[in-house]
Design a protein around this ligand. Structure first.
Ligand code: C2E
Ligand code: MG
Ligand code: MG
Ligand code: MG
Length: 288
């Protein structure tokens, strides 16, 4: 849909910025109204997190949770991130929203650990705004500390466009984050402009293959070949590879054959609220 297209345009960087800006100007009144609503939403505690399981392909055990924000609007219902994250980024409200996401995800991870559930990583999406802002590593360090969470359980998801804008300062920020002890992953890999060659310069732990490659992996030889190449290169750099958007058994089988480490997608589970996610973890633990 149009919102997704806008979001992608923005996410894909400067080349598309004009298109994005023109579209947004066409709805200036709506934008101002929405900005106010987002501010109130934060104050009124209207945001919630859902968690999508990340599964080890070898053992089929849940090894991670990706925190995904939703806006529980009193009238509009559950609003997906594509409808408000782009504007939140543009207006900078994403910064306090992002801090809320980080804190809430860390508290949740700690709560699951305390209940004796099998330990899983918690992945949090960072926005470009947050990543560029001075003091990110300090914020992350203080947050995990305040939540009583071992930073090794926290993974921050970055995107290629965040790294390619100014690779040197991005690398400096990533090194600071690594010094805090968190994991870093590269989200939506393959949709941006970074070359495979650039990857070796980034201190990342994992690479997430974008779902646009996974979608036709069983029928499109090019997508299958790209996936195979990405997996083997990533492994040679010591990175974990996770496939996004796995929707059926055929895709999973194909990824397994290509040596992909982990998967995430509707085939295993849609994003879940905290309690169903905990139940899933508990059920998994019983099986072993
Ligand atoms: P993402 O980080 O790439 O997250 C994966 C998206 O794919 C999620 O959409 C998820 O629900 C969806 N998905 C997972 N499995 C499947 C599948 O099998 N098929 C299909 N078609 N979709 C699948 P969601 O939750 O709507 O989030 C969209 C994007 O919004 C995220 O993409 C991320 O870029 C952004 N986002 C979500 N939460 C946050 C947040 O807390 N902070 C920031 N900055 N961005 C966020
Ligand atoms: Mg993500
Ligand atoms: Mg992604
Ligand atoms: Mg994506």
């Amino acid at each position: 849909n149009a919102d997704t297209a806008l979001y992608r345009a923005k996410a894909q960087g400067r080349n598309n910025f004009q298109f994005y800006a023109v579209e947004m100007n066409a709805h200036a009144g709506e934008r101002i109204a929405l900005t106010g609503k987002l501010r109130r939403a934060l104050k009124n505690d209207e945001f919630v997190l859902q968690f999508q399981p990340q599964v080890d392909i070898g053992s089929m055990q849940v090894v991670g949770a990706e925190a995904l924000i939703r806006w529980h609007h009193p009238q509009m219902g559950l609003v997906p991130p594509a409808k408000f994250i782009p504007l939140a980024e543009e207006t900078g409200i994403i910064v306090p929203i992002g801090e809320w996401v980080l804190r809430t995800a860390c508290l949740q991870a700690r709560a699951w650990l305390e209940r004796g559930l099998p330990p899983v990583r918690m992945s949090v999406n960072l926005s470009a705004c947050q990543f560029r802002k001075e003091g990110l590593a300090g914020l992350v360090a203080r947050t995990v500390e305040a939540c009583g969470l071992d930073p090794a359980f926290l993974e921050l998801e970055l995107t290629e466009s965040m790294l390619m804008d100014d690779p040197n300062s991005a690398i400096a920020t990533m090194r600071e984050l690594k010094a805090v002890g968190v994991r870093l992953s590269l989200d939506d890999f393959g949709t941006g402009y970074s070359s495979l060659n650039r990857l070796k310069g980034f201190p990342i732990d994992a690479l997430k293959i974008d779902r646009s490659f996974v979608r036709d992996i069983t029928t499109d030889r090019t997508d299958a070949a790209i996936t195979a190449a990405v997996v083997s290169l990533a492994h040679s750099l010591g990175l974990t590879v996770i496939a996004e958007g796995v929707e059926d058994a055929g895709q999973l089988e194909c990824l397994r054959q290509h040596g992909c480490d982990e998967m995430q997608g509707y085939f295993f589970s849609r994003p879940l609220s905290a309690e169903p996610f905990a139940a899933l973890l508990r059920a998994g633990a019983v099986c072993t």
